[in-house]
Design a binder for this molecule. Structure first.
Ligand code: SF4
Ligand code: SF4
Length: 388
């Protein structure tokens, strides 16, 4: 009898261990890699994911057009073969701060100046915002705000420049969705407070433009300048764009690194749940700051290559690992930006958005490669370039 019980317990444990191992194995995602960043290889990476887009009518290709003066944004020509194949629309959202990219017309004009001329361009918040509820288990975001054109697309290819960012450590696919697809009001909510602040109100010449344009009638203007009633403000960020003297700006007084990163992830989760998405990240022109910088610092490390995955967590994790390995440390962006950005990956995995475990497949051979082998390829590429 005792022997039978022992046998039963042994078999039960063996089966449970097997199931657990299977579950663990199923959490490992695939990330496709190439060290040569060419238009052909960007298409190859996309094709490696085996996506069938035949049933999708409108495909959005989320890009970043680059701020005026920025020298690090990705060369749009890299996308030409992919665009020829899937006929997407370049999609973006207006930014929060005042620049050409704050207003739809000048944003599109700048995009064309920067070479994004071979597909239609759509600024998702050109007309209105759409506000989705946050998930019940979110720590911060009760709502998520994007442009109402977001719903016009039934499939998204998220094409991201992987590089540093002062607040998020690094910016990859998660940031390109969470922040990059948020409306200006959404961007303000992610950064810190849901309402703006007034700087140097005494400069106000009482044109009343801000008050007239405020949809919540939250601004009153008198001889001391504008005052925002934060109990009425709905955080649309319109006043930031409207004031000719730029007297309004986001109020980041309550900024907290972890909160910022988690909000970013919560925005991404809601948008990713609404539409199917696949991801391509390019690790080139890797600067400490993002492509919204008009004067970005020069790249601080060599180009690494490009990756593609259906898993938004795995792709950013792979980029973080590849760049860190190539830089010779554990967290390259912790070193250069004093923010590791790892919190994005941990929280996204906790929310079930993907896996930090992945395998790398070299698209040139179709074979699995290690992180070390991938980095070795980038070293060889650099040596070749130096010899030329
Ligand atoms: S953010 Fe929008 S709602 Fe709030 S004060 Fe400015 S214009 Fe009004
Ligand atoms: S738009 Fe600017 S200058 Fe005009 S009333 Fe408002 S704060 Fe003053």
């Amino acid at each position: 009898m005792i022997r039978k019980i022992f046998l039963f317990v042994f078999c039960f444990l063996a089966v449970m261990t097997g199931i657990k191992a299977q579950k663990e194995a199923s959490k490992v995602s695939v990330v496709y890699f190439c060290s040569e960043i060419t238009p052909k290889n960007i298409l190859k990476l996309y094709e490696a994911m085996g996506v069938d887009v035949s049933n999708y009518k409108n495909i959005g290709l989320k890009v970043h057009f680059g701020e005026r003066g920025n020298q690090n944004f990705l060369n749009p020509e890299l996308l030409h073969p992919l665009v020829d194949k899937v006929h997407p629309t370049f999609v973006e959202t207006n930014v929060l701060y005042v620049s050409d990219r704050r207003f739809t017309k000048s944003h599109i004009a700048l995009a064309k100046e920067h070479g994004f001329t071979f597909a239609p361009i759509d600024i998702l918040d050109a007309d209105n915002e759409i506000i989705y509820p946050g998930d019940a288990n979110f720590e911060f975001c009760k709502t998520v705000r994007t442009g109402d054109h977001f719903e016009n697309y039934d499939f998204y290819i998220i094409y991201s420049h992987f590089k540093g960012h002062g607040s998020s450590g690094f910016g990859g696919a998660i940031k390109n969705v969470g922040m990059g697809m948020a409306s200006p009001g959404g961007k303000m909510a992610i950064h810190a407070n849901n309402y703006p602040k007034v700087n140097t109100p005494d400069k106000c010449f009482q044109c009343n433009r801000c008050a007239n344009q405020c949809p919540a009638v939250a601004i009153s203007v008198d001889s001391h300048g504008p005052v925002i009633d934060t109990t009425k403000c709905i955080g649309c960020a319109k006043c930031i764009a409207e004031c000719p003297l730029k007297l309004f700006s986001p109020d980041n007084s309550g900024y907290d690194e972890t909160r910022f990163l988690r909000k970013l992830v919560e925005y991404t989760k809601v948008l990713e749940d609404k539409r199917p998405m696949v991801f391509i990240n390019v690790m080139a022109n890797i600067s400490t700051t993002c492509d919204c910088s008009a004067k970005a610092p020069k790249p601080f490390m060599r180009d690494i290559g490009a990756v593609a995955s259906k898993d938004i967590v795995a792709i950013d994790q792979a980029c973080q690992d590849l760049t860190s390995k190539a830089y010779g440390c554990e967290h390259v962006f912790q070193k250069v930006n004093h923010v590791s950005g790892i919190e994005q990956l941990k929280y996204a995995e906790k929310l079930g958005m993907g896996s930090t475990k992945y395998i790398l497949i070299d698209v040139a051979t179709g074979q699995r490669i290690t992180l070390e082998e991938a980095v070795k390829q980038t070293e060889k590429k650099e040596e070749k370039q130096e010899q030329k």
